[in-house]
Design a protein around this ligand. Structure first.
Ligand SMILES: Nc1ncnc2c1ncn2[C@@H]1O[C@H](COP(=O)(O)OP(=O)(O)OP(=O)(O)O)[C@@H](O)[C@H]1O
Ligand SMILES: [Mg+2]
Length: 276
């Protein structure tokens, strides 16, 4: 409850910092991953984006970060059109992807240095941020070791530290606590709450209903490329006359494993061995 009040106070002037209008993504001319979706997120909001596997969450978040090209519609970050004004957008966003894509042949400190330089941060600021974030994520002890030696949890924590280095206004997190033990999950939750309290807008996808209930003031549930429900966890439970967010989720999203689509762009990893 207190958390919700803090978040409300933070949503400065009710300004939309993310604005999505009729956004659509069709892969390979046939898989409609995101189907004419519209929503907005206010500055300072902690926004949860839920949905079953294959609903289109990652595709949406990747379009917002300009990692995937939209087919139609518009996505604006802080007033800038993502596809046309990407430099302005990159400055404002931090991003931790669903698949942690770290360079395993570098150390945490080396990667942070590089990341900071790419963002044109002055060396003193890189140093200060590096010190702060490595400490925050409890990675100081391993900061000079190769990332390839990190445990899954260390990689996730480091990925999050890296996404925060350039002090983004908006943080996009695609399943940031998947694979983490309960201690690490709590630790990340506490940091995210603190960052949000300090004014950062956070856009989070998760399959953990407790995580969404604990962190997100507003939630959108996506199914088969469309948003099927939107509101706070408690207002959604009330609306659908159930007791928990999980029950809302099960009610508003249908799921048939038979209909699940494959990613048609993936390549055969054994093609060479098979000689195809
Ligand atoms: N690069 C791609 N090329 C072709 N199809 C893709 C690609 N990426 C995703 N898809 C397809 O688009 C649809 C939406 O996938 P997406 O990864 O956005 O879902 P998601 O909601 O993030 O799922 P999950 O919860 O499993 O992460 C799926 O049918 C998926 O197979
Ligand atoms: Mg995903």
């Amino acid at each position: 409850m207190k958390n919700n009040m803090d978040q409300k106070m933070n949503e400065k002037n009710g300004r939309n910092i993310i604005e999505v209008t009729n956004l659509t993504k069709i892969y390979n001319g046939k898989v409609k991953a995101v189907d004419n979706v519209s929503f907005a997120v206010k500055e300072g909001e902690f926004f949860g984006f839920l949905g079953p596997n294959g609903a289109g969450k990652t595709t949406t978040i990747n379009m917002l970060a300009n990692l995937v090209k939209k087919t139609a519609g518009s996505a604006k970050i802080d007033g800038f059109e993502v596809a046309r004004q990407s430099d302005e957008v990159y400055k404002r966003i931090g991003f931790a992807m669903q698949e942690v894509g770290l360079d395993e042949t570098a150390t945490a400190r080396e990667m942070m240095q590089l990341h900071g330089r790419l963002y044109h941060m002055p060396p003193s600021e890189i140093k200060a941020q590096m010190h702060k974030l490595l400490k925050l994520m409890e990675l100081e002890r391993v900061a000079d070791k190769y990332v390839s030696a990190y445990s899954g949890g260390m990689k996730r924590r480091f990925d999050l530290a890296l996404s925060l280095l350039h002090k983004p206004k908006i943080l996009f997190l695609d399943e940031p606590t998947t694979g983490l033990d309960p201690h690490a999950r709590r630790m990340i939750w506490n940091h995210l709450k603190q960052l949000n309290k300090e004014g950062m807008t956070i856009f989070l996808t998760t399959h953990f209903m407790d995580e969404a209930e604990e962190l997100c003031r507003r939630i959108a549930i996506m199914d088969k490329g469309k948003i099927v429900a939107e509101g706070s966890a408690s207002s959604l439970a009330k609306k659908y006359r159930v007791k928990s967010l999980e029950e809302v989720f099960l009610k508003v999203t249908g799921h048939s494993f038979q209909e699940e689509e494959l990613n048609a762009n993936s390549t055969d990893p054994y093609a060479r061995i098979r000689g195809v």
